[in-house]
Design a binder for this molecule. Structure first.
Ligand SMILES: NC(=O)c1ccc[n+]([C@@H]2O[C@H](COP(=O)([O-])OP(=O)(O)OC[C@H]3O[C@@H](n4cnc5c(N)ncnc54)[C@H](OP(=O)(O)O)[C@@H]3O)[C@@H](O)[C@H]2O)c1
Length: 331
């Protein structure tokens, strides 16, 4: 059996998450029992929701237990199988966590076609973040051709898909992202009509020029000053898909400054958790994978090398150091 290395949650942050909250451990990989599969993880997905799981505050999901392998979605290949549905060499995606190898009963393991699109894409554009974009855009914003749709964290795993799908639906698209490189990418490569660099520009002021008629649909990933800058520009009966509030995940307060706009503009705001809408996943995944395979949906990845780089890469994600989907290459 190969030697395994994994990362556990050592303690819970009270304010900012830090390296000291993680611990590395080494142990032999358990023997594969009847009905089980041994997987070599090739990629680990790092996602903002993991910060929430590190806390034991009330949430939609149970906290990450202390001293257990950190939760995380992985893509890899089957090394050994005593399960009738899996063979050595199968490309698979599962929730095997922050570790090099995982032994599983196969219930949450899905076979994927790594020849059609790259294995790593099943953790991003053609996986959970892609479905998140698809659900919030289609089921909450429900854009009509000719409308204006804005999205924050626009260069990221979710935001980049939101903007491209909105453009394909015939909408005018405005991204909000941190820094000139990300904004250039959002316009030049993702095809958004405009991008606001919230680090050097005032979101409220710039929107007066880039969305003079107002915004019909807003896909919120960040919150705080960005939401406060967008809210006054929402058109009457605008729809806001509240997907994430990353500006507040690491212990920062993010009050809404002027809630009166919800009333005066008769806005709909709906929060959602993509894992609670499993009914749309097959349709969304089929559409996303077809768009990726045909080159109509593009994406970018930031890949940290080796398991040992995972905690630092995760903390970087919470500070916007990633550019596109943040992954860790494990093998
Ligand atoms: N509701 C759901 O079911 C669901 C599912 C998946 C993801 N999400 C949410 O969707 C959002 C995006 O997730 P993702 O996986 O696509 O991540 P991502 O956008 O690839 O990466 C996170 C980005 O957020 C921005 N950011 C980080 N810290 C920030 C801060 N303090 N203030 C402002 N911006 C900050 C950074 O972009 P900039 O450099 O451009 O600021 C960073 O690159 C997150 O809020 C996540 O929690 C929700």
């Amino acid at each position: 059996m190969p030697a395994n290395r994994y990362i556990v949650l050592a303690s819970r942050p009270t304010e900012h998450a830090e390296l000291k909250h993680f611990r590395f451990e080494d142990a032999p990989t358990p023997n594969v029992q009847a009905g089980q599969v041994l997987v070599r993880n090739r990629f680990l997905s790092l996602d903002p929701y993991m910060r929430g799981r590190m806390s034991d505050r009330k949430s939609y999901a149970a906290p990450q237990p202390l001293d257990k392998v950190m939760i995380g979605e992985t893509a890899g290949e089957v090394l050994e199988s005593k399960h009738e549905n899996f063979r050595p060499g199968d490309a698979v995606v599962g929730f095997l966590g922050w570790q090099l190898f995982g032994v599983t009963d196969g219930k949450a393991l899905r076979k994927v076609d790594a020849k059609r699109i790259p294995l790593s894409a099943y953790l991003g554009v053609a996986g959970m973040p892609g479905v998140t974009a698809w659900y919030g855009l289609n089921n909450i914003i429900a854009p009509k051709s000719g409308e204006t749709v804005a999205v924050s964290a626009a260069s990221g795993a979710v935001g980049s898909v939101v903007g491209q799908l909105a453009r394909l639906a015939g909408c005018r698209t405005i991204g909000i992202a941190g820094g000139p490189d990300k904004c250039r990418y959002v316009v030049d490569e993702l095809g958004f009509d405009a991008c606001i660099d919230y680090k050097s520009e005032n979101v409220y002021d710039v929107l007066k020029e880039s969305a003079p008629q107002g915004i019909d649909g807003y896909f919120e990933n960040v919150g705080g000053d960005i939401l406060n800058g967008v809210l006054p520009h929402m058109r009457a009966f605008g729809r806001i898909a509240l997907c994430g509030l990353i500006a507040g995940y690491d212990g920062v307060q993010i009050p809404i400054r002027a809630p009166q706009y919800f009333l005066s503009s008769r806005l709909k705001l709906q929060g959602f958790i993509v894992s609670e809408h499993l009914d749309v996943w097959p349709t969304a995944l089929a559409e996303l994978r077809e768009l990726v395979a045909s080159g109509r949906l593009t994406y970018r990845e930031t890949i940290a090398e080796g398991l040992d780089s995972a905690p630092e890469a995760f903390l970087g994600l919470l500070k916007g150091r990633n550019f596109g989907k943040q992954l860790v290459r494990l093998a």
